[in-house]
Ligand binder design. Structure first.
Ligand code: ZN
Ligand code: ZN
Length: 358
């Protein structure tokens, strides 16, 4: 935690601010260790304050020993008053993506009178969060392992006639039983033509012979998330399914080969996209090839055609090309990977073979 705080402080001068208010929950947790759901960090070159309310003060003292704990009553204004009295703060950064307009107005009205300027910042902590340390990778591995095991267990329970909603509930229940502290997102279970929708919401559609079935699921462990997609088919697959499935597998492999430290994330996306385009399905792959995963299931880096991120060792992200054909169904294969100095390690261990017997 201390080294995270130090690295963060080094960014302040470049950002042109004397201090920063952190209000984004995962950023607050990342820098301080505090897991409570309300509060602000006030960080400057030689101070670190965690302001939170009565419900969390004891927890904050235990979890964030590097921070001075101030008790507030919802509004941050009294803490801003104390801070600006004690410290010479002229330019105070805030997270533009995590402060409501109403809160911004409240702070700026107070600070304007004291000659303090609020400076909007974006992605300062997120930039640090993109590269994981060993401890974080360990938690992500555990989250991914629970996810892999949950998928295997759900496949054991499959029967014709089960609905997508029943299957989604099985995923949820089993993940909890395996020790997940939450779900990374509501499980996506899409059968038959519903698999053409990348983010289908589980419905009452019943599983039928010959159906495609797509699971996109993730468990949380100790605050860290995971993300896994596998697509299966029941019984003897039609030729089209195997063709589409193979193209997606090749695209997944191409993206994995392209991912190296120093490579623009957009190039990894392009590697997968080329394979899909060459097979004639360019129009049917409408999302980016991947995204970072950590305290949040969608975080930096972004791996898409317009991404400006560059890959670096320690990044954990997904590789998830897909092909979606309205009226027919879709195939997506998503792995969670960690980038090392010289290679990509695939964290997801769930088998990929797509043909299931029921
Ligand atoms: Zn996913
Ligand atoms: Zn994903």
């Amino acid at each position: 935690m201390k080294s995270r705080l130090e690295r963060f402080r080094q960014l302040l001068a470049d950002a042109g601010v004397d201090a920063v208010v952190i209000s984004q929950p995962e950023n607050r947790r990342y820098l301080s260790g505090f897991t409570g759901s309300a509060g602000y960090l006030l960080v400057g070159p030689d101070f670190a304050v965690l302001a939170t309310d009565f419900r969390y003060t004891e927890q904050a003292q235990q979890e964030a020993p590097d921070f001075e704990i101030w008790r507030i009553d919802g509004s941050l204004v009294p803490a801003l008053r104390d801070l600006t009295r004690r410290r010479d703060v002229r330019r105070l950064g805030f997270e533009a993506h995590a402060v409501t307009y109403q809160t911004y107005r409240e702070w700026s009205r107070y600070l304007r009178g004291r000659g303090v300027r609020l400076v909007p910042l974006r992605g300062l902590v997120e930039q640090l969060r993109a590269r994981k340390d060993e401890e974080e990778i360990g938690r992500i591995r555990k989250a991914a392992e629970i996810t892999d095991r949950a998928l295997a267990a759900v496949l054991e329970t499959l029967k014709y006639g089960m609905t997508e909603r029943e299957l989604a509930w099985q995923v949820e229940r089993i993940m909890r039983e395996l020790g997940a502290d939450g779900l990374s997102f509501t499980p996506i279970v899409a059968t038959g033509p519903n698999a053409a929708r990348p983010h289908h919401r589980p419905s009452d559609r019943r599983l039928q012979p010959g159906d495609i079935i797509l699971f996109d699921i993730g468990a949380g462990f100790d605050g860290y998330q995971s993300d896994l997609t596998r697509t299966f088919i029941f019984g003897r697959p039609e030729g089209k399914f195997l063709e589409v499935w193979r193209v997606v597998a090749e695209a997944n492999e191409a993206a994995r080969q392209a991912a190296r430290p120093g490579v623009p994330a957009a190039e990894v996306d392009a590697a997968a996209r080329e394979v899909i385009k060459a097979a004639g399905y360019g129009e049917n792959f409408g999302h980016g090839v991947g995204h970072g995963v950590g305290l949040v299931v969608h975080e930096a880096p972004r791996l898409g055609p317009r991404s400006e991120d560059t890959l670096a060792a320690g990044m954990v992200f997904t590789i998830e090309p897909g092909i979606y054909l309205p009226g027919w169904g879709g195939v997506r294969t998503e792995d969670l990977v960690v980038l090392h100095d010289h290679e990509v390690e695939v964290i997801s261990q769930a088998p990929k073979f797509p043909v299931l017997e029921v």
